[in-house]
Design a protein around this ligand. Sequence first.
Ligand code: PGA
Ligand code: ZN
Length: 410
Amino acid sequence: LIENIHAREIFDSRGNPTVEVDVILTDGVLGRAAVPSGASTGDREAVELRDGTERLQGKGVLKAVDNVNTAINEALHHLSPFNQAMIDGKMIELDGTNNKQRLGANAILGVSMAVARAAANSKHVPLYRYLGGIDLQLPQPFFNVINGGVHADSGIDVQEFLITPVKRTSFRDGVEKIANVYHTLKKNLAKQGFETAVGDEGGFAPKLANTEAAIEMLYQSIRDAGYQPGAEIAIAIDPASSEFYDDDSALYHFEDKDLTSAELLEYYTKLVAKYPAIVSIEDGFSEHDWAGFKKQTDTMGQNIQLVGDDIFVTNPAIFTEGIKAGVANAILIKLNQIGTVTETIETIKLARANGYKTMLSHRSGETVDSFIADFAVAMNVGQIKSGSIARGERVEKYNQFMRIEEELGD
Ligand code: PGA
Ligand code: ZN
């Protein structure tokens, strides 16, 4: 049973405070988890409770920490950690709001994940096995190797340029191929006089002219590393377009132009025609432009994966509207957008039942907690993005997948 829950404020990969939770069971077992934090967040994400005081630019999380240590700790005292749905339900009820604004999604998620860990530890099984069914599978990984948007000052409007090893004999083999491309990309950037310092998610942040220049750079580096763009290493982008959408004018301020929704769709259509190695586009349209996203789904959705992130925010109710409206054909899954393990599982099941692909995701502000690696295998999500093969908090997830692969064998 749950004996005590203790939260503390720690720091994330961007130097911002975040919540870490320890759950201690009556058998003495500990489960610990830390909560990540986004920068290009969707409007309708569950609320990340910040103190808003002078301290740490208003970003302190002492209120959320206190909510764990008092209200949540009391409410969950001596309950079973093995009933995740019951635990998460109790916290949702205790919070009483529809977006977890009272206790904070950061408080609730920290406890939700730490309870799962404690339960797994108590049963002496790995987390992926505890949370998983019979079908345990490693996902296809997407590595964010060029950072733009609000994740870097590269000046590139598209937030993420990801590469994925479509042809691989194992997870590890895929990681090795990406490492080869990553180092080749670094050399190519340096040769052409670009900076090779990295952005928030460990990808390079060179001041390239535009999206096409970044994709050209990827094509060249994939080839120079000895692989075929498309057939062996494919490309995905996350424009995170809510960030450059103007609600008043309904225009996208993209690469020094103001584009209508229709013009942006034309841009994407030409882009994927010119670069067929692009297999996935996330948030090509704004969370406030459902019509634009729907149009893209109707015209491009047969040939390419279209992922909804900010537009669905891992929320089963909002996602249900999206399914009905025929928006996107895949969904990005982020635990802290909704705030509990149980609701996240609900959204994943909803996707599966309606033919949507799922891609599990880290946040741009991370810790070394690799919960999402175990969770991805347990849920057999199919795809994962966890940044580049640089920055410890990113690589730790990929390393955890390789440990799991070693344990699972063939
Ligand atoms: P975020 O970005 O973690 O900063 O929200 C990730 C994404 O947009 O996919
Ligand atoms: Zn996104």
